[in-house]
Design a protein around this ligand. Sequence first.
Ligand SMILES: *[C@@H]1O[C@H](CO)[C@@H](O)[C@H](O)[C@H]1NC(C)=O
Ligand SMILES: *[C@@H]1O[C@H](CO)[C@@H](O)[C@H](O)[C@H]1NC(C)=O
Ligand SMILES: *[C@@H]1O[C@H](CO)[C@@H](O)[C@H](O)[C@H]1NC(C)=O
Ligand SMILES: *[C@@H]1O[C@H](CO)[C@@H](O)[C@H](O)[C@H]1NC(C)=O
Ligand SMILES: *[C@@H]1O[C@H](CO)[C@@H](O)[C@H](O)[C@H]1NC(C)=O
Length: 373
Amino acid sequence: MRSKSSFKGQTTQVIVLLSSFSIISVQGKNPGVVRTKLLGLKKEEKLSHFRSYWHDIVSGPNPSSVAVVKPVTNSSTGFGFISMIDDPLTEGPEMSSKLLGRAQGFYGSASQKEAGLLMAMNFAFIQGKYNGSTITVLGRSQVFNKVREMPVIGGSGLFRFARGYVEARTHYFNLTTGDAIVETPQIVATHFIILSLLSSFALILVQGDDQDFVRALDRKLLGLEKEKFSHFKMYWHDIVGGPNPSSVPVVNPPTNSSTAFGLITMIDNPLTEGPELTSKLLGKSQGFYSSASQKELGLLMAMNFHFIQGKYNGSTITILGRNQVFNKVREMPVVGGSGLFRFARGYAEARTHTFTPATGDATVEYNIYVLHY
Ligand SMILES: *[C@@H]1O[C@H](CO)[C@@H](O)[C@H](O)[C@H]1NC(C)=O
Ligand SMILES: *[C@@H]1O[C@H](CO)[C@@H](O)[C@H](O)[C@H]1NC(C)=O
Ligand SMILES: *[C@@H]1O[C@H](CO)[C@@H](O)[C@H](O)[C@H]1NC(C)=O
Ligand SMILES: *[C@@H]1O[C@H](CO)[C@@H](O)[C@H](O)[C@H]1NC(C)=O
Ligand SMILES: *[C@@H]1O[C@H](CO)[C@@H](O)[C@H](O)[C@H]1NC(C)=O
């Protein structure tokens, strides 16, 4: 097992989180030693439950959700579109009910076969002691499924070090027909239940909390007792050429940089057991990668590995990290998961297995190491 360090602001303090919720600090001048007590971090984390309604207003004069990238192919799922959102979060299903905050970020279609979104959002709360605190969600949403589960990958303020998951259920959906003129906003209100593991300094979880949308939970109820450490190996196929690419550029680089700085490619890449594309399909890697480096080829990758086999069917692992594709081994953090991978943490090692310059196709071996329950 390895520990990963994370830099915190310009003071570059390093706090390392290890398994079993123990929190230690690292020796050394810079990064400096941090006494975990200074941050109010104790061994015990708390589990809490939040509920709010998310309003995705796509029509009318004041949409909260605006398409910023149009799909480049004709897929029925709108593969490649990206919408930026600033969606209201309310206490009840009505737009007029108490405003708890806003969900800010984007979602994009990262699936070629079914309606499957990659969602990246910060829930920014404005009420009471939560005012100014945020919860960050990054995951996969199959919008037509009754319940969709997405990982909470972090937070700020009272939600520092948060992990957890969100359950989203569509409460109301107005599907406009044909060329009807819609005069009032079309609203999709989604009911979110957030289960989040928090460090105990976040003293928000007392029973009888004055915030109606929060309640404390017993972690035993969720089976959150002993973490497991698992290793998964699979092959990731980036099919760029040919008639059926799984990887499609949706934003072209605005400058002539040799690294294609600014490029965004949406992917729905097969994950197989062996290096051959014909070997057993384990799932899909859905999300995007983009060039975020001006000097060397360095990608930002945001992907949900969605598995379809055996007991992992329906579970996902979320990866968000930096990929220097010409390095022999690239390491990226696992920032969360859903289903059997709820509360997952870990890392992935990527090694290029084959690269075909003529087509741009690549097969990459992924070894994923995760702590989960
Ligand atoms: C998209 O579909 C329309 C109608 O089916 C067709 O005319 C058009 O050529 C297609 N475009 C692409 C890029 O496949
Ligand atoms: C939340 O904080 C902001 C900035 O500190 C403040 O202006 C605002 O009034 C606060 N809102 C509530 C509901 O307390
Ligand atoms: C959808 O919205 C339109 C415009 O506001 C409204 O006339 C219609 O009744 C709504 N449909 C449903 C099923 O709620
Ligand atoms: C980019 O490259 C093309 C072709 O090499 C050239 O015509 C164009 O002027 C370049 N643009 C910039 C902004 O450097
Ligand atoms: C995975 O789950 C889906 C939906 O529950 C089901 O349709 C599918 O047959 C399952 N696949 C396997 C390989 O078990």
